[in-house]
Design a protein around this ligand. Structure first.
Ligand code: AMP
Length: 184
């Protein structure tokens, strides 16, 4: 059983690696970005509210995200562990998660921080070609990451929860580094 949070800038490979670990450790991969994209595709109330923020590379307001996470972690399959990808994204989400995990008695074991140089991120994101992956929006997403998400590195490091991994390696090497950390 594992309960881990993936941290790292857009394009670091969080989604790819979370999917690998989810399969190997048989725990759900919970990606707030995936949940939001499917809400947009399904034209739900959440999707309609979130879409313009996502297209602009802004974070969706916390009040749209927090209930969603509470509800998702309360589902049966999350009893046996989880991998969070894309949440928390700012300090207030991290504080919310802290309280929530204490309340539902699901402590997080570690925070995996994927490190990748900026130049590599931009070329990876451009190659991916998602709707929010044009150069202008990519640059803005990186800025939002620096301002709002990067402070979480120190937040988790100061609590001795942070493990940084070199994400600028072939996919399999990153996966094996991550597996080593989790089996330690
Ligand atoms: P991602 O797939 O994680 O890169 O997320 C894509 C987009 O969804 C982001 O650029 C945000 O607009 C939105 N998003 C995903 N997760 C969150 C979150 N935890 N808080 C706010 N917005 C989010």
């Amino acid at each position: 059983m594992i309960r881990v949070i993936f941290l790292g800038p857009p394009g670091a490979g969080k989604g790819t690696q979370a999917a690998v670990l989810s399969k190997d450790f048989e725990v759900p991969h919970i990606s707030t970005g995936d949940i939001l994209r499917s809400a947009v595709a399904d034209k739900t109330d959440l999707g309609t509210k979130a879409e313009s923020y996502m297209n602009a590379g802004e974070l969706v307001p916390d009040d749209l995200i927090l209930d969603l996470i509470r509800e998702r972690l309360g589902q049966k399959d999350a009893d046996k562990g989880w991998i969070l990808d894309g949440f928390p994204r700012n300090v207030s989400q991290a504080n919310f998660l802290d309280k929530l995990l204490a309340e539902i008695e699901q402590p997080c074991e570690c925070v995996l921080n994927l490190e990748v140089p900026d130049k590599v991120l931009i070329s990876r994101l451009l190659a991916r070609g998602r709707k929010d992956d044009n150069e202008e929006v990519i640059r803005h997403r990186l800025e939002v990451y620096r301002q709002q998400t990067e402070p979480l590195i120190e937040f988790f490091r100061s609590r001795q929860q942070l493990v940084s991994i070199n994400g600028h390696q072939p996919m399999d090497s990153v996966a094996s580094d991550l597996t080593q950390v989790l089996q330690a």
